[in-house]
Design a protein around this ligand. Structure first.
Ligand SMILES: Cc1cc2nc3c(=O)[nH]c(=O)nc-3n(C[C@H](O)[C@H](O)[C@H](O)COP(=O)(O)OP(=O)(O)OC[C@H]3O[C@@H](n4cnc5c(N)ncnc54)[C@H](O)[C@@H]3O)c2cc1C
Length: 397
């Protein structure tokens, strides 16, 4: 029997598991193949919906799903905390001491947040980066925010954050929300502090965002590396000593790889996993494991960390594993496809004809994002995309 073990039932893990089980259903039913998924939680929460939840465009119940219900019936779901990954001996350990052996391993454990840097951050921590309770808490604060200065701080000294467009996208959505829903924008000053020298690495996306920031009176301070947050004084201090006062601080925290990766000593210094950029097989210097695939946010391969990226990667990995198991000799390569949805306005029914606007810039290793303009029908496509996520996670799209 061939055993495919998938670590993590998030965006990448669910899609790859469901695609594999469809491709290998006959073999699975005959007992020739086992597809097993390990995850420590029962619920899947759609992070891509957080920015919309923040501005009252989605409800909590729109973005929570039960993992078991999303998984194909032939998949074995094992609820457990992965504690050790032993690539040499083809085995994974969970918190309960159980050892899970494999022939193929897919690591899709995502990223975690580290609030220990900069000092003071955790004492005044408001975020839309999750968990869900924190996003709801911040939404409630925005609903009640009447006047003052909102500062959004991006903490990113090394590894890129998930959804690199989210800080700029959320700034535009918050602007639209305060302007057209709570109608408090005139009394609010807004700053985005980012350690980069751009709002997005894709030039066309950056151009569109800079224009929107300028038109909407949103301030941005580039190359801002945070050194400290002082919650008593309500001030953020940069490494160069620059001080920015705030009334409401929104933070995008430092990203790190999963603890299990660090503990197993198989990752880079930040706990993320290196892989071949096209086959997605594990590669670290001279260490090559062709039976191990790295997917989604846990991968450190220089592509945007996004659900859409994970989706493209899952298609490639599921195809290649099932081809190999069936002995068909077929193979696909990941071409670096990525999408960062740009939602730039919220619809305001009371202010008709003010409409939501959005677009989905797309690029890959060989092609930069094309010029685009967010449109109102782009908004409805995006909203349908978010609401149809269960189909994507079930591997049907
Ligand atoms: C605010 C925000 C907005 C975003 N917007 C978008 C967007 O508009 N479009 C888009 O494409 N992407 C967006 N993203 C990014 C997207 O959510 C992620 O890139 C995507 O979910 C990554 O999928 P993943 O499977 O790699 O990780 P995850 O979905 O995080 O899954 C990791 C899984 O591993 C499990 N796990 C971790 N450690 C262990 C362990 N030790 N043992 C057992 N299980 C474990 C977790 O429980 C989890 O289920 C956004 C992200 C954020 C935060």
């Amino acid at each position: 029997m061939k055993r495919v073990l998938i670590l993590g039932a998030g965006t990448a893990g669910l899609i790859v598991a469901n695609k594999l089980s469809r491709d290998l259903r006959r073999e699975a039913v005959r007992g020739e193949v086992e597809v097993k998924v390990i995850d420590r939680t029962d619920s899947y929460v759609l992070e891509a919906g957080y920015t919309l939840l923040l501005v009252d465009q989605l409800r909590q119940e729109d973005i929570i799903y039960r993992k078991r219900e999303l998984l194909d019936p032939v998949i074995t779901f094992y609820k457990g905390d992965v504690t050790k990954i032993d690539l040499k001996n083809r085995a994974v350990e969970t918190h309960d001491g159980v050892r899970h052996s494999y022939d193929y391993l897919v690591i899709a454990l995502g990223a975690r947040y580290d609030l220990s840097y900069p000092p003071g951050l955790s004492n005044d921590y408001n975020t839309y980066y999750g968990p869900l309770e924190k996003v709801v808490e911040l939404r409630n604060k925005l609903r009640e925010f009447k006047r003052g200065r909102i500062v959004q701080l991006v903490v990113m000294p090394d590894e890129p954050i998930k959804c690199p467009i989210a800080p700029a996208k959320s700034s535009l959505l918050i602007d639209g929300y305060l302007r057209h829903i709570t109608q408090t924008r005139a009394q609010v000053e807004y700053y985005l502090l980012t350690p980069t020298d751009h709002l997005h690495a894709q030039p066309e996306v950056n151009k569109e965002l800079l224009l929107a920031f300028q038109e909407r009176g949103l301030n941005v301070i580039f190359n801002f590396s945070a050194a400290e947050v002082d919650p008593k004084e309500k001030v953020v201090i940069s490494e160069s000593g620059e001080k920015v006062k705030y009334d409401l601080l929104i933070s995008v925290p430092l990203h790190r790889g999963p603890e299990a990766v660090a503990k197993s000593e198989i990752g880079n210094p930040f706990g993320f996993l290196p892989a071949d950029r096209r086959t997605l097989q594990y590669r670290r210097g001279k260490e090559h494991y062709d039976d191990v695939y790295i997917l989604g946010d846990v991968a450190s391969i220089g592509v945007a960390r996004a659900g859409a990226t994970a989706h493209y990667q899952a298609n490639v990995v599921a195809y290649n594993i099932s081809c190999e198991i069936k002995g068909l000799g077929c193979r696909r390569l990941y071409q670096g496809e990525a999408i960062c949805p740009l939602l730039s306005d919220v619809p305001a029914p009371a202010n008709w004809p003010y409409k939501g606007r959005a677009w989905m810039p797309w690029w890959n290793y060989g092609h930069k994002a094309d010029p685009f303009v967010p449109t109102d029908w782009g908004w409805w496509i995006m909203k349908m995309y978010y609401l149809s996520i269960p189909l994507t996670l079930r591997g049907l799209i």
